[in-house]
Write a protein that binds this ligand. Structure first.
Ligand code: ADP
Ligand code: MG
Ligand code: MG
Length: 905
């Protein structure tokens, strides 16, 4: 079996064999060679060898094939590997199936033995030869012999300081000779033997080390984060060296065929004259632009032939690979060589623009364009932004307070509020507010909603703040542990910086930076067109591209996409983002409103059904109005309204001061209110008196809500609308619960119909969020029109983890590989997913046209959406700001097997 593939002089044995076999780099080198692009010759050892080698530690069997390829390389270059004069030098480069930039190792100038230095010096100059030798000693010793790079750097720096040289380029041949001597001595001291001077020993040492680098900690972490399978392995590329460090007519650089930040079709990149490989990224010298910018330093101006060559390469690779490419090139004495091409990483903005423009250019089809954009990338397009210039200036002025975890992308700037209450008050005065808390809790919702941004000093990516902020589409930074918050003093501090309530704070939720003071923000272009209407659609190319792309996605997807929306405003946003209905309207969120919480509390403290009904009567018209507003926004689209779900104590105050004030408002004694709070307190409220259990024990609460829904439907019909309310009963575990409440709903519908003389259609369904309900789905489905999986509670109860407390152990579980993911972010397919599958099957077997959807957080998570698609669900429902993400993810799920997706990750 052939395992080594030669490329050179327009011939590539591996052309078309692909990344799986040759790794991304090897495949690119082979394909470019076959296209006639100038690539230094070499050969690729395929990926399958990597894991074999890691297992056995043996490369013997590979030697004949490598020797053969090496001989061919010698013929092609007219040089001899290990030859004394004009020696063949090679690079030994790693290259996995999907790019893992900087994660694995590459060695340059291999074969440059001490004996070969004079030959190279005679041909190309002594300083150059010594510079190559120095680089080789350093890279090889670091990667193969485990002598840390830093020790070499130290020697080099010392020399530079002694000679007052500004950079390496100012060191003379003599300096370098002495540095090389010190390097050799360092290796002898550290390894107990001289640097290996047999070129074949060097080659095999390097090949083995590159294969082993697949298993280094950095690479492993990267794979875990990017979900790259362990068993892929890396290929090794051995390639003749070309030299960008051969004087001022030589250079090395990188180029993108289109702008990776904006997607604009312009050639974008930078280069360094007289430099090798890693110098560009190392940031030692400031690179220069490729295209002319009038400064006279660009590649276009200084090496026009090479620039022209690059331009034609740009065309060729885009046409051939049909995607934006990221190129690495080297120019040796004005001759251009291309060393790498791969699909370039890009921002969400660029992904959308490039995909749609490539369709217009006829490079790719519409389906392919849909596959080119990661659903999650769309979030970037919606987030407000800080102009980069402004942020950099602020950091330079020492205003960077801390860095936390970026939890809600975007930019927010506002006055600091330390409590939800203050946030609401301050926002009410028209000030933008940043809510700063140690952690947030459900009581903070109103404050979070009023705030432009949310900052917590504790908690991770699944903390309450992060989850709620994501749902609301708010900018959020969590876990900024360097910041100390004192709520009493109304002050926060970090480093030697301090801020008080009312001071300005700026959050970058895309990067996690927390900056003191004000920074200007701009709302995203998409929102300006879609929601604020402050920008005309035809004026925004980005909006045009976004809309086109999602239109194509809609054509491909099977899964419906609805939104979770509690208010007419949310419903409007959801509709504008393309939601096909409301999958979850949480009535209790309305209860927290300014003029309602009083009536809600009055209902809770009521001692008799009669008193409760008095309070409920106050709530009824308010709820009715909310529902009319939502129906008006949604037209004929279905609206699923969930009846009261949380335990009642969540609506009562707990702190002494608040209790006293509330008691005064309610006209009862503080003692009495305290008694009620005590009576309602539970050991495990999330497993306690909530959901349909409230509806069973206080039927008048559900009755009022249902009445509000149906009266709203009547009202909406009178306004010429045809709403389809879907009444959803939460937390059902048994058929008995559901059937009893279903009767209540039907009875109420009849009453409203009788009173109003109007008929209206409605559905009654249940959430499936208790494992028992999933198992007993067949009997529950009997009188039930729809199921909606409440995957948050279902996950909580299936695992027996409390979502609010799991942060204390989940990170460790994930770190240790006990769990592959946070099950509250991405559905646990084997466990919770099986319950979904079982319930769907049993439910539909019992009731053929049962509608089945998902309304948990998972409804907006692309990987979970793929599962829900496969499980045959009818729709997912997610927060309004994730509707676009879900539409795209549903399209991806429907076109399984499409490529492209991972390449643009
Ligand atoms: P990475 O995967 O980290 O990008 P590469 O294998 O691409 O590593 O090597 C890094 C750099 O080394 C390249 O960008 C290129 O500049 C330089 N390099 C690699 N091989 C050669 C070669 N044969 N001739 C000249 N420079 C090379
Ligand atoms: Mg590279
Ligand atoms: Mg629930």
């Amino acid at each position: 079996m052939k395992r080594v593939f030669y490329f050179g002089e327009g011939i590539a044995e591996g052309a078309g064999l692909g990344k799986e076999k040759l790794g991304g780099k090897g495949a690119g080198l082979a394909d470019m060679t076959a296209l006639g692009i100038p690539v230094p010759p070499g050969f690729t050892i395929e990926t399958s060898v990597c894991l074999d080698y890691i297992r056995t530690g043996d490369l013997e069997g590979l030697k004949p094939e490598v020797e053969q390829a090496l001989a061919r390389l010698e013929t092609a270059t007219g040089r001899k590997f290990g030859g004394p004069k004009n020696a063949l030098l090679v690079s030994v480069r790693s290259g996995a199936r999907s790019s893992m930039p900087g994660m694995m190792d590459t060695i340059l100038n291999l074969g440059l033995t001490a004996a070969a230095v004079p030959g190279l010096a005679a041909a190309a100059g002594e300083r150059f030869a010594l510079d190559c030798r120095r680089r080789f000693l350093q890279m090889y010793s670091d990667i193969v012999l485990d002598v840390p790079r830093s020790e070499f750097e130290e020697l080099l720096t010392r020399r530079r300081v002694e000679k007052s040289a500004a950079s390496d380029a100012d060191l003379t041949a003599e300096d370098l000779r002495s540095v090389v001597g010190q390097y050799e001595e360092l290796v002898r001291k550290k390894t107990g033997r001289p640097f290996p001077e047999d070129p074949r020993e060097q080659l095999w040492g390097a090949v083995g080390a590159v294969f082993r680098s697949w298993d280094n900690e950095r690479a492993k972490t990267y794979r875990r984060l990017h979900r790259i399978p362990e068993e892929w392995g890396t290929a090794v590329n051995v390639q003749a060296m070309v030299f960008g460090n051969r004087g001022e007519s030589s250079a090395t650089g990188v180029a993108f065929t289109r702008d990776p930040a904006s997607g604009e079709k312009r050639f974008y990149g930078e280069f360094l004259p007289n430099a090798q490989g890693e110098d560009v990224v190392a940031g030692i010298r400031t690179p220069r632009p490729l295209a002319s910018n009038g400064s006279g330093t660009s590649l276009e101006e200084t090496m026009p032939e090479a620039y022209a060559g690059l331009l034609s390469v740009r065309d060729l690779v885009e046409k051939s690979f049909r995607d934006m490419q990221d190129l690495e090139f080297t120019i040796e004495e004005r001759r251009l060589y291309v060393l790498q091409t791969r699909n370039g990483k890009r921002t969400g903005f660029a992904a959308v623009r490039i995909a749609t423009e490539m369709v217009s250019e006829g490079l790719i089809g519409e389906d392919e364009a849909v596959g080119r954009v990661e659903p999650e990338q769309l979030v970037q397009l919606l987030a407000p932004v800080f102009p980069l210039r402004e942020k950099e200036a602020a950091i330079k002025a020492d205003r960077l307070l801390a860095r936390g975890l970026p939890a809600g992308p975007g930019a927010a700037c506002g006055r600091i509020a330390f409590t939800a209450k203050r946030a609401v008050e301050m926002a009410g005065k028209g000030d933008p507010v940043v809510l700063v808390r140690v952690e947030t809790s459900p009581e903070d919702i109103a404050g979070m909603n009023a705030a432009a941004g949310i900052l917590t000093t504790r908690g991770g990516a699944t903390s309450h703040a992060a989850v709620v902020a994501r749902g609301m589409g708010k900018t959020c930074v969590v876990g900024a542990g360097d910041i100390t918050v004192s709520e009493e003093r109304g002050e926060l501090s970090a480093r030697d910086l301090r801020a008080k309530e009312g001071d300005f704070l700026s959050l970058d939720g895309t990067t996690g930076e927390v900056i003191l003071g004000e920074l200007p923000t701009e709302p995203s272009e998409i929102l300006r067109v879609l929601i604020d209407r402050s920008l005309a659609p035809e004026k925004s190319a980005l909006f045009g591209a976004f809309t086109r792309l999602l239109g194509w996605a809609d054509r491909l997807r099977r899964l419906g996409v609805r939104a979770n929306a509690d208010t007419p405003t949310d419903a409007r946003v959801a509709r504008l983002f393309g939601a096909e209905g409301i999958g979850l309207c949480r009535t209790e969120h309305m209860f927290f409103g300014e003029n309602r919480i009083g009536a809600v509390r009055q209902m809770i403290v009521a001692e008799s059904e009669k008193d409760r009904r008095v309070a409920l009567a106050k709530l009824l018209p308010m709820q009715r109005e909310d529902f009319v507003g939502i129906f008006r926004e949604m037209g004929e689209r279905p609206v699923t309204i969930r009846l009261l779900d949380p335990p009642l104590h969540e609506f009562l105050p707990h702190e002494d001061e608040a209790v006293e004030k509330t008691a005064r408002d309610l006209g009862i004694s503080a003692e009495k209110l305290r008694d009620r709070v005590r009576a309602l307190s539970e050991s495990n409220p999330m497993l306690g008196h909530r959901g349909c259990r409230l509806g069973i024990t206080y039927p008048e609460i559900y009755e009022t809500q249902v009445r509000a829904i149906f009266e709203a439907a009547v009202e909406a019909r009178r306004q010429g609308l045809s709403p389809v309310p879907e009444v959803m009963i939460p937390l059902v575990g048994t058929k008995g619960e559901f059937d009893r409440l279903k009767v209540l709903v039907d009875e109420t519908a009849k009453e409203v119909s009788r009173e109003s003389g109007e008929t209206f259609s409605y559905h009654v369904g249940t959430m499936i969020e208790i494992p028992r309900a999933a198992l007993r789905a067949a009997e529950i489905a009997e009188h039930c029109d729809f199921f909606s999986f409440g995957t948050n509670d279902l996950t909580q109860m299936t695992y027996g983890y409390s979502r609010d407390d799991a942060a204390s152990f989940l990170p460790e579980y994930i770190e240790a590989g006990i769990l592959p993911d946070d099950p509250f972010s991405t559905i646990d397919q084997p466990g919770v997913g099986e319950l979904v599958t079982i319930a769907t099957k049993r439910g539909r077997d019992a009731r053929k046209n049962l509608k089945v959807g998902v309304c948990g957080e998972h409804g907006g998570d692309p990987r979970s959406i793929r599962f829900f698609h496969d499980a045959g669900l009818d729709y997912v429902s997610c927060s309004p700001f994730r509707v676009a993400v879900a539409r795209l993810a549903a399209a991806h799920a429907a076109m399984t097997g499409s490529s492209g997706v991972s390449s643009t990750a």
